[in-house]
Design a protein around this ligand. Structure first.
Ligand SMILES: *[C@@H]1O[C@H](CO)[C@@H](O)[C@H](O)[C@H]1NC(C)=O
Ligand SMILES: *[C@@H]1O[C@H](CO)[C@@H](O)[C@H](O)[C@H]1NC(C)=O
Ligand SMILES: *[C@@H]1O[C@H](CO)[C@@H](O)[C@H](O)[C@H]1NC(C)=O
Ligand SMILES: *[C@@H]1O[C@H](CO)[C@@H](O)[C@H](O)[C@H]1NC(C)=O
Length: 207
């Protein structure tokens, strides 16, 4: 048990067999490098900025309506720890506010970009879907939920039979995807930033 907490303090946790159907003793919860964290965060904020400014188009040319209250996301170390914890389930058992992306032989250097591209492309493929959450756009909605202020992502690697599988999880605060609520308020870009936040015109985000 003492050894377990030393691993926790070092930022990773050795996980026992029971946590996941496809792991063995070598599985670890892992943290992205600072450079990859920045890429993941930037991918979120780029999508948010494009939507907020009316620059985001789905595959059939539908332009997403501009957003009045889109926050700029920051990285959240607490959420990173939660994401690491959930990532050891190898993609199963995710909960509210968690996005999961599993890739055979996935590289920690590239899986962040692969995941955020796939998630954002849900909007490309399916469109705004009424600007509320839907099963087809769930991960894109999590990326773009206006009142979400922070994100943390981590990954794990485990063996699925003879195949190594890398599983990335992102967690959000506050959690979006709420019922029939709108993803964001529609209107002039950045015109209704919540109190304490100011509009940055260049990005169209509330900072
Ligand atoms: C456990 O992982 C190691 C390292 O990836 C691998 O060599 C080994 O074959 C795995 N064992 C099982 C039972 O999958
Ligand atoms: C295509 O356009 C219609 C409106 O013209 C829209 O309702 C629908 O969501 C669009 N599909 C995509 C994938 O954007
Ligand atoms: C980070 O996440 C934790 C856990 O969900 C939350 O309590 C905290 O307020 C978040 N911090 C920021 C700056 O969003
Ligand atoms: C593990 O392997 C099985 C059988 O090949 C496959 O159906 C399953 O999707 C794999 N799981 C992951 C997380 O890759």
């Amino acid at each position: 048990m003492a050894l377990y907490w030393i691993f926790v303090l070092l930022g990773f946790v050795p996980v026992s067999h029971q946590a996941c159907s496809c792991l063995n003793d070598t599985l670890l919860e892992l943290r992205f490098s600072g450079a990859v964290q920045t890429k993941i965060l930037n991918a979120h904020n780029t999508l948010r900025s494009q939507i907020a400014r009316g620059l985001y188009k789905s595959s059939n040319g539908t332009v997403f309506v501009t957003a009045t209250n889109m926050l700029k996301l920051i990285w959240n170390a607490t959420l990173t720890n939660q994401a690491a914890f959930y990532s050891v389930s190898c993609g199963s058992g995710g909960g509210a506010g968690l996005s999961v992306f599993a890739q055979p032989n996935g590289s920690p250097d590239t899986i962040g970009t692969a995941a955020t591209t796939k998630w954002a492309n849900e909007f490309k493929t399916y469109g705004p879907m009424g600007y509320v959450t839907s099963a087809k756009t769930r991960e894109a909605v999590s990326m773009a939920w206006a009142r979400t202020q922070s994100v943390g992502c981590a990954y794990s690697m485990c063996m699925n039979g003879t195949q190594s599988v890398t599983t990335m999880v992102c967690a959000y605060y506050p959690v979006g995807n709420a019922g029939k609520q709108l993803i964001y308020f529609q209107g002039p870009t950045c015109s209704k930033c919540p109190s304490g936040k100011a509009c940055v015109a260049a990005s169209g985000l509330c900072v």
